[in-house]
Design a protein around this ligand. Structure first.
Ligand SMILES: NC(=O)c1ccc[n+]([C@@H]2O[C@H](COP(=O)([O-])OP(=O)(O)OC[C@H]3O[C@@H](n4cnc5c(N)ncnc54)[C@H](O)[C@@H]3O)[C@@H](O)[C@H]2O)c1
Length: 317
């Protein structure tokens, strides 16, 4: 691997900071563009400052994005307002970042002859249609402004790739989990919130019966997917599901957490949340054809989270 400079938008966030860490380990130079709205400097605190340029700024501002891209060869575009509820409450404000920000990244990439843009898409583009597992060829039908902006972003990216010569790859992340995920965010999903409650000796709260399931993918496997598509000749112009292909229910997670910690916390059930999708599951065949496969199981990932975040709990492997 050479010493290319890579821009990571949203590099102070949960997923972005893991991408930055791996890029630095692989001797890339990294520039981060982040407005620290949900990202934190502590997420990149362990990474050597020599290898990172940090630009505090907004992806919704084209001149800022152009400045950030100067001298870069590749871009990972992770910056977004990653909250479905926020997008429902403020479709204009979130759209300026989630769609407008991507458009700025694509336009600046064209101007700066960036070699490839890798975009953080989402399984939210599939919407609530119940057929599972989701394949990339299935019709997208997002049901929230967040999902609409993610779909618009990827379609625009493919337009730039097809017509304007900007190489572009979309990774449709399913439910990503791992260290540094913020439990205070409503979008963080069950895992970081459950672990946070266990740290306080509290039982998990489940909306509904707990049989709703998600395809949880560990952040290190998401980073691997990003690195694989960065230069793979068959990746440009395509969208890929990034999920393990395993359905895990919220009750499964509660059971694994109880088993790992030797506790018997009974989940507290509350009214189901309107609009929550019942099941989500990826068909990851397309990404596997590029040599990717998930390495970390939900149980391993949960054990890691507990070990790191829950000080005096004994964790079984
Ligand atoms: N976490 C998941 O399960 C998941 C699933 C699907 C897609 N995604 C996508 O992955 C990406 C990363 O998500 P995450 O979970 O790490 O969330 P995160 O909130 O931790 O990271 C987002 C980062 O973007 C930054 N940001 C937000 N608005 C910005 C703006 N206007 N200008 C510059 N920076 C801005 C934030 O400060 C933060 O550092 C997002 O695009 C998100 O939509 C995440």
């Amino acid at each position: 691997m050479g010493k290319s400079t890579v821009l990571v938008t949203g590099g102070c966030g949960f997923i972005g900071s893991h991408i930055v860490e791996t890029l630095v380990q692989k001797s890339y130079r990294v520039r981060i563009l982040d407005n620290l709205s949900t990202g934190k400097l502590e997420n990149i605190a362990s990474i050597s400052k020599q290898d990172i340029d940090l630009l505090i700024g907004d992806v919704a501002d084209l001149s800022t994005v152009e400045e950030a891209m100067q001298g870069c060869e590749y871009v990972f575009h992770e910056a977004a307002i990653a909250s479905v509820p926020k997008s429902v409450n403020d479709p204009i404000g979130t759209g300026k970042v989630n769609y407008g920000g991507t458009l700025n990244v694509l336009e600046a990439a064209r101007k700066h002859s960036i070699r490839r843009v890798v975009f953080a898409g989402s399984a939210a583009v599939y919407g609530s249609e119940p057929t599972l597992p989701k394949q990339e060829s299935m019709a997208a039908n997002p049901i929230t402004p967040y999902g609409v902006d993610k779909l618009g972003s990827e379609l625009m990216g493919h337009f730039y790739a097809r017509t304007l010569g900007v190489e572009f790859v979309c990774l449709r992340y399913f439910n990503v989990f791992g260290l540094r995920q913020d439990p205070s965010s409503p979008y963080s999903g069950a895992i970081s919130i459950f672990c946070d409650r266990i740290r306080q000796g509290l039982a998990p709260v489940i909306y509904g019966d707990g049989l709703q399931s998600r395809d949880f993918v560990h952040v290190s496997d998401v980073v691997k997917a990003n690195l694989i598509v960065l230069e793979h000749p068959q990746a440009t112009g395509k969208s890929f599901n990034v999920g393990c292909g395993v359905a895990t229910s919220l009750l499964d997670i509660t059971n694994i957490l109880n088993d790992l910690t030797g506790q018997n916390l009974q989940a507290i059930h509350q009214e189901p949340r309107p609009g929550d999708i019942r099941h989500s599951l990826a068909d990851n065949t397309t990404l596997r054809t590029l040599g990717w496969s998930p390495q970390i199981s939900i149980r391993q990932g949960l054990a890691e989270l507990l070990q790191t975040s829950v000080a005096n709990l004994k964790v079984k492997k």
